[in-house]
Design a protein around this ligand. Sequence first.
Ligand code: P6P
Length: 350
Amino acid sequence: HAADVYKTDLMTVTRHVLNEQSKYPESRGDFSILLSHIVLGCKFVCSAVNKAGLAKLIGLAGETNVQAIRVTGHFDLQGEEQKKLDVLSNEVFVKALISSGRTSILVSEEDEEAIFVEPSKRGRYCVVFDPLDGSSNIDCGVSIGTIFGIYIINDGGDPTLDDVLKPGKNMVAAGYCMYGSSCTFVLSTGSGVNGFTLDPSLGEFILTHPDIKIPNKGKIYSVNEGNAKNWDGPTAKYVESCKFPKDGSSPKSLRYIGSMVADVHRTLLYGGIFLYPADKKSPSGKLRVLYEVFPMSFLMEQAGGQAFTGKQRALDLIPEKIHERSPIFLGSYDDVEEIKALYAAEEKKG
Ligand code: P6P
């Protein structure tokens, strides 16, 4: 009987968002249309990333560097040409978002300036995104991802940068898509976090991780120990306490992939803490506020964890520049509390 072999009540990401939207009777479906275009971009990038892997195997790219693959003209991307995957991904997302007719401003890690959508195609949303975060890991097959956050445009007047230079707590949604052994789409629209896995045979993201909650405390810390020489006191003390716990508990394990989406996804599912602290070389850390720190912090809070910059709650930060960086400590609630206490003690010492 079909019901025995196939799950017939398929909860796709599109259906899930429509369900969410039904809670807001006044909504006109704009968000669902916007999200369907983001999902389209993710499906395209998933396919391109997988091809990049194959390109090396069958020499498609004809170059040692498989970051460029031959574009088969899926989109009007000037037909057949060699493109670096992150440039290709950016073009796909920009074109998909503009063609959705639901956006007014786009901020991409790949574009120095914000993109202001032409008036005839404007909508209520502003999308900030990193189209292919961690792309330096493509050649070795490590998981990479797309990260995005969504603001609603301020009332009245033409769109300006003030519509995106807002605290992360003003975001209406955030998420990422991880291109790894499977293609996993994780999303929050402000009432919890849900994970979807791409079923390539259907071309649909199916709900596989409903209502994700991060464990209150974890056994993993995730940081680039190579920067230890340049850390400030509280960070150094915290990492030391992970390795040589004073309360007799067992040391935490170190897991660091070097691809934010992969490190954050593991933290979300297994618990623990991910940190990219400030250091003497980079006093604001490395990760970008709008399209790395804010979306991941939004998801962590929605999953019951928290996110801290070393000075304040990450989502309270108000960026002044669209590519601004910030230190970030995010993950299990209790683990982040420990590092907050160390920074507070440092603050007291003055
Ligand atoms: P590091 C990748 O380049 C990235 O932007 C994030 O995805 C990742 O978390 C971080 O940088 C890794 O930086 O300095 O540890 O190599």
